[in-house]
Design a protein around this ligand. Structure first.
Ligand code: H76
Length: 479
C-alpha cells in the first residue's frame, strides 16, 4: 500500500513538474524511485542562495592523524596522512592510543577565524569526525572523543563561535565510515553484521542530531565515507536521514555524497537526477566546461599538495601555488560552482608556513578582486584563452579575470549577439577606463597595460543587452 501510494504520488509530482515545464524530473524517467531525487533543479531558498554566493570555502582536516603527520617509527607513509591507520606499518592499536597525546595547546580558534576571514573565506568545513572515528566534540555517544584526551575540551564549539563571529558560515564534515566503532561494517555478510549495522545507524543518527542541537548555527553537513556497500545498498536510510536532519534544522545544506537510491546509485539517482542539494563529487578535480555541470549547484574541494588532507610533515610532489589556487577559484566561479581549499593544521593547533602563506596571498588577491568572486557566476560568453568571464549574478556587469596574459597584450572580448560593451575598466582602477577597440560584431580587443602581472588581473565590463549600438557594419567572411 505504501509503495502504491508513493508511486501514485510520484506520478502526480511528474505531472505537476511537467505542467510547470521543469526538466529535472520528467515523465520519460525509466524507473519509478522511492528514494531518488526529490527535487527538480536547484534549491532557490535564502540559505542556498547564500551558500551559492559565497564561492570560496576553507576545509579543515584536523584529528589524531596530525600527530604522526604521515610518519611512524621513522618510516614515511606515502598515502594521505589521514589514512595512516590503514597502513600496514602502523599498528592499529598504536593509532587508537594517539588520543592520549591529543593536546593542541596552541589552538586559537579566534586566530583561525581571522586567518580565514583574511583569506576571503565565506564558509568553512571542519572534520568533526574522520574515518578513524575520533570525535572533535565531546559526544555522549562515544568514549573516543576529545573529552578523553589531555586537551579534554570541545574543539568544535569554540570554532563555530569564532568563525560565526567573523561572519563565516560553518559546515560539519562527518564520516560515515568509522574505524573505531565496533558496529561499523563495510558490507553485511551475516545476520550478525545486519544487527551491528542497525545499531550503527542509530549511533550515526544520534551523533548527527547531537551535533545539530549542540551547534545550532551550522549551515550544513559535509558527508564522506559513503561508498561502502553497507551504506550505498541502503538508499532508504540515507534518504530518511537526510529528511530527518532537514526537518530538525530547516534550511540545512547537504551535498549529494550522503545519498544513494534504492538501486545503489550514488550522487545521481538511477534516472540521472542529482540527489541532495548540490553535486559533491568534484574532489581534487574541476569541471572543464559549463556543460559538465548540467545546471546543478556544485562544489569542488582541493588539496594544496596532490592528495594530503590531514597534516603531513613531508609534503611531496607538486605543491599548488596561490596563483594556481586562485585560478581554480576563478574557474569554479565562472562555472557556477564553489571552491574549497583544504588545510591540515599541525597537532599543536598551528598551521604550517606554506598554508599560512597561501591563505595570505589568496587573501591579498581577494581583497582587491573578491567582488568578482562573491555573488559571481557563469556569464554566458564563449571562453577565451586569457581566462574566465564571471557575471555578477543577475546583472549586466561581467568581470574578466585574466589568468594568462597574452604576449600581444590584446584580449579578445567576444560577447553574444545583441550584447554590446558600454564600458571597461580595471577593477582596481575604475576611474580610468580601458578603451575597447571594436574588431567585429559584438567583438572587441582590450589592450592591457604593458607590465609584469604577478597575479590574475580583473577587468570589469559593463554590457548592454539591447540591440542599439550593435556593430553590425562588421561583416562575416563569406566562405
Ligand atoms: C578518500 C577520502 C577522504 N575524502 C576526502 C574529502 C578526505 O577526507 C579523504 O581522506
Amino acid at each position: 500500500m505504501k509503495k502504491f501510494c508513493t508511486a501514485a504520488a510520484t506520478a502526480l509530482l511528474l505531472l505537476q513538474l511537467q505542467s510547470q515545464g521543469q526538466t529535472g524530473i520528467s515523465a520519460k524517467d525509466s524507473i519509478i524511485l522511492e528514494h531518488g531525487a526529490h527535487r527538480a533543479g536547484n534549491r532557490t531558498d535564502a540559505d542556498m542562495e547564500r551558500w551559492r554566493s559565497l564561492r570560496l570555502g576553507q576545509f579543515i582536516h584536523w584529528g589524531l592523524y596530525a600527530i604522526p603527520g604521515g610518519e611512524w617509527k621513522g618510516k614515511t607513509y606515502n598515502g594521505a596522512a589521514e589514512w595512516i591507520r590503514s597502513w600496514k606499518e602502523m599498528p592499529q592499536a598504536d593509532y587508537d592510543n594517539l588520543y592520549k597525546q591529543f593536546n593542541p595547546v596552541n589552538y586559537n580558534p579566534e586566530q583561525w577565524a581571522q586567518q580565514a576571514k583574511d583569506m576571503g573565506t565565506g564558509y568553512m568545513i571542519i572534520t568533526t569526525k574522520h574515518h578513524d572515528g575520533f570525535c572533535l566534540w565531546p559526544s555522549k555517544y562515544s568514549r573516543y572523543t576529545v573529552a578523553a584526551s589531555p586537551w579534554k575540551k570541545d574543539i568544535i564549539g569554540p570554532m563555530v563561535t569564532a568563525y560565526n563571529k567573523k561572519g563565516i558560515d560553518v559546515y560539519l564534515y562527518f564520516s560515515i565510515i568509522d574505524w573505531n566503532h565496533p558496529d561499523y561494517r563495510a558490507s553485511l555478510k551475516t545476520p550478525a553484521d545486519s544487527l551491528a549495522n542497525s545499531r550503527f545507524k542509530v549511533f550515526v543518527k544520534n551523533q548527527l542530531q547531537e551535533l545539530l542541537l549542540k551547534y545550532p548555527t551550522v549551515k550544513g553537513f559535509w558527508f564522506d565515507g559513503t561508498w561502502d556497500d553497507s551504506w550505498k545498498n541502503d538508499g532508504a536510510f540515507s534518504d530518511e536521514l537526510e529528511q530527518y536532519l532537514q526537518k530538525i534544522h530547516p534550511g540545512l545544506i547537504i551535498g549529494s555524497r550522503l545519498r544513494a537510491d534504492e538501486k545503489g546509485a550514488r550522487h545521481f539517482d538511477s534516472n540521472g537526477h542529482l540527489m541532495g542539494d548540490y553535486e559533491q563529487g568534484w574532489e581534487r578535480k574541476l569541471p572543464e566546461k559549463f556543460a559538465d555541470i548540467h545546471g546543478n549547484d556544485w562544489e569542488g574541494v582541493m588539496t594544496i599538495p596532490e592528495n594530503q588532507w590531514g597534516y603531513n610533515a613531508k609534503w611531496a610532489g607538486h605543491i599548488k601555488t596561490s596563483n594556481e589556487l586562485i585560478e581554480m577559484l576563478v574557474k569554479s566561479t565562472s562555472l557556477d560552482g564553489n571552491f574549497v581549499i583544504n588545510f591540515g593544521p599541525k597537532s599543536d593547533g598551528t598551521f604550517r608556513t606554506e598554508e599560512l602563506q597561501r591563505m595570505q596571498e589568496i587573501g591579498q588577491w581577494m581583497k582587491t578582486n573578491g567582488a568578482a568572486i562573491r555573488g559571481g557566476g557563469y556569464a554566458g560568453f564563449e571562453k577565451q584563452d586569457w581566462g574566465y568571464y564571471i557575471r555578477k549574478t543577475g546583472t549586466d556587469s561581467v568581470f574578466m579575470v585574466v589568468c594568462n596574459v597574452p604576449v600581444s597584450g590584446s584580449l579578445r572580448v567576444k560577447l553574444t549577439a545583441q550584447t554590446t560593451l558600454t564600458k571597461a575598466a580595471y577593477l582596481d582602477n575604475p576611474t580610468q577606463p580601458l578603451l575597447p577597440e571594436v574588431i567585429g560584431k559584438n567583438e572587441y580587443f582590450l589592450h592591457l597595460d604593458a607590465k609584469n602581472y604577478q597575479t590574475p588581473v580583473v577587468i570589469l565590463l559593463q554590457t548592454n543587452r539591447s540591440s542599439s549600438g550593435d556593430n553590425s557594419h562588421f561583416e562575416k567572411a563569406k566562405t
